[in-house]
Write a protein that binds this ligand. Sequence first.
Ligand code: ADP
Ligand code: ADP
Length: 228
Amino acid sequence: MIKLRGVSLVYPNGTRALDDVDLEIEKGSFVFLVGHSGTGKSSLLKLMYREEVPTSGEVVVDGIRVDTLRRGRVPRLRRNIGVVFQDFKLLSHKTVWENVAFALQVTGTRTRDVMRMVPRSLDLVGLSHKSRMFPSELSGGEQQRAAIARALVGNPKLLLCDEPTGNLDPSNTTEIMELLQRINLKGTTVVVATHNQPVVDRMRRRVVRLEHGRILHDDERGYYFRGL
Ligand code: ADP
Ligand code: ADP
């Protein structure tokens, strides 16, 4: 699903965020990206959905060369990728329903399809009963579920999550991680950047650890810290 080869990213101010990264992620897998703040996790995700372009190296997502993709083709790439952020990024003046529907409307989806797809996605995250509420009327966990519904509504093959539980308490964190696991079991490839050690250690999934923009280790059923 994802293949990075010799990828480096140097920001215009000279910060080297990623340094010669090689990484392969299989279709249907669940992967944690861990490491200290500022170590390149967000940057790595941004390369995958073409928010950033590598300074050197190749990025392939679902068979598409993302690093050299022409600007006009980016929307099509993004349709295959759902992205979830720490701060939810919901539109505050739109209801839950409208937030989820909006993701489809901007890609020109027909109303008939929107009416069919939005309820299915809200049902998946268990938020059907709050579809008429505004983000400010929801708990943090519910807001993140709404954001996940929005990310998934177009049936993307890949879900990228950047610190999805960073603003949540432990019980909401558990709930969101269980939701991400369920989504993965339905076949979506899920990549989660996090520094939530308990979550990573409980789940025993693949763990890719970054340090100073490099992959320090990569374990199939790993822990947050290797050797614990
Ligand atoms: P995280 O990935 O930990 O959730 P961010 O990606 O927002 O957080 O930022 C990580 C680090 O990158 C922070 O130290 C932040 O100040 C820095 N950073 C983010 N965007 C920029 C930018 N445009 N210019 C310089 N530094 C930035
Ligand atoms: P993480 O997600 O692990 O916190 P990031 O990928 O956000 O790390 O950041 C990696 C490095 O790149 C940090 O040193 C950060 O300050 C820097 N950085 C991130 N975004 C920018 C940016 N837009 N401009 C300059 N530096 C940035």
